[in-house]
Design a protein around this ligand. Structure first.
Ligand SMILES: Nc1ncnc2c1ncn2[C@@H]1O[C@H](COP(=O)(O)OP(=O)(O)O)[C@@H](O)[C@H]1O
Ligand SMILES: [Mg+2]
Length: 335
């Protein structure tokens, strides 16, 4: 679980007391593993500051940031890099323009490593892994592995940044099980039972799917494709238990793209988040997107969280409701 506890962050550029701005005013927030949170709020309401505090780009004046129960408040951004994947608004920021798609992915993959020691090298097995991952994105990027990122479109760069933010070496079954029990917030025995059952079920389902495949008449290519799909489904089921994977931080990452490309990148985001059961904080100024995507919606206003809804309560909300809440909050602040 990711937690902010009573976080205060003030900015003061001039040093004069009257110029002081409170970006976050006692913000507390708990995000459960696998939860997809959308964040809205007016300009300067504290959305980016929140993401910066989580990632370690900013250190709070007071309050804490906890990850799986560990206090990471003072940990540097560099040290935290493996815990978080970020995509910013500007497509130029997330990728290195003068490097190829492949080189960018290698760097991201090395950074996102968790448990196994990493040996730098251009092994063919990575290449295959990257190609498989890029294929899922369905943007033709798998054929452009050696192309320099600088010549690619904004949408392609954002898609690549998204992949870089989420790619990682999966820990072994033993490590996933161990960490699931270690970082569970509830009963350890129950967690152990849960993860054991989860693996058993996923394996059983994979076995059944592979057995069923044998009776089908498919050519070699088709069979290979189906096996890949079955393995992906297995991976997706298992990833639910993988509590040490990156947390995804998205700050208006589609705002600089044309509407059609923005839609595509957003769909890709949703697919990636859901398939990998990723804990995600997505800042957007598009209220419709904030309602459509995610499990939970948070609204910021002047450094406070003024709305935090999930499930049916969120489903019931309309853009009009959100606009009304903004207006009411503004009115109240003026009084
Ligand atoms: N680096 C900074 N220096 C000075 N003021 C800042 C800085 N970052 C943010 N702020 C101020 O903090 C407040 C919240 O900003 P931010 O979190 O970026 O808002 P949002 O992302 O919701 O638009 C704003 O008043 C903004 O001007
Ligand atoms: Mg912002």
């Amino acid at each position: 679980m990711l937690e902010l506890v009573n976080v205060i962050k003030k900015f003061n550029i001039s040093g004069n007391k009257e110029d002081e701005r409170t970006a976050l005013d006692h913000v507390s927030l708990q995000v459960k593993p696998g939860e997809f949170v959308t964040i809205i709020g007016g300009n300067g309401s504290g959305k980016s500051t929140t993401l910066n505090i989580v990632s370690g780009s900013l250190i709070p004046d007071s309050g804490k940031v906890l990850l799986n129960g560990f206090d990471i408040t003072k940990m540097s951004e560099y040290e935290r890099a493996g815990y978080f994947g970020r995509v910013f608004q500007d497509p130029m920021v997330g990728t290195a323009a003068n490097m190829s798609v492949y080189e960018n992915l290698e760097i991201a993959y090395a950074r996102g490593r968790t448990h196994k020691p990493w040996k730098w090298g251009f092994s063919s097995s990575h290449k295959k892994f990257f190609i498989d991952e890029l294929k899922r994105f369905d943007l033709g990027l798998e054929d452009r592995l050696n192309q320099k990122v600088g010549v690619m479109s904004g949408g392609q760069r954002q898609a690549l940044t998204l992949l870089m933010a989420t790619i990682r070496q999966r820990p072994s079954e033993r490590v996933i099980k161990r960490d699931y029990v270690r970082f569970c917030e509830t009963d350890k025995l129950k967690a152990k039972e849960e993860v054991e059952q989860g693996f058993l079920l996923a394996k059983k389902e994979r076995k059944n799917a592979l057995t069923a495949l044998k009776t089908e008449s498919l050519n070699k290519e088709e069979r290979k494709e189906r096996i890949t799909k079955i393995n992906r489904e297995y991976d997706s089921k298992i990833s639910k238990f993988d509590l040490t994977k990156q947390i995804l931080l998205l700050d208006e990452h589609t705002a600089a793209l044309d509407p059609k490309t923005a839609r595509k990148v957003l769909e890709l985001t949703n697919k990636t988040v859901r398939e990998n059961h990723m804990t995600t904080l997505m800042v957007t100024h598009n209220m419709k997107d904030a309602l459509t995507y995610g499990d939970r919606l948070i609204m910021f206003h002047l450094g406070h969280i003024i709305l935090d809804v999930s499930g049916k309560e969120k489903d019931k909300l309309s853009v009009e409701d959100l606009l009304k809440m903004f207006e009411d909050a503004d009115k109240k602040a003026e009084q």
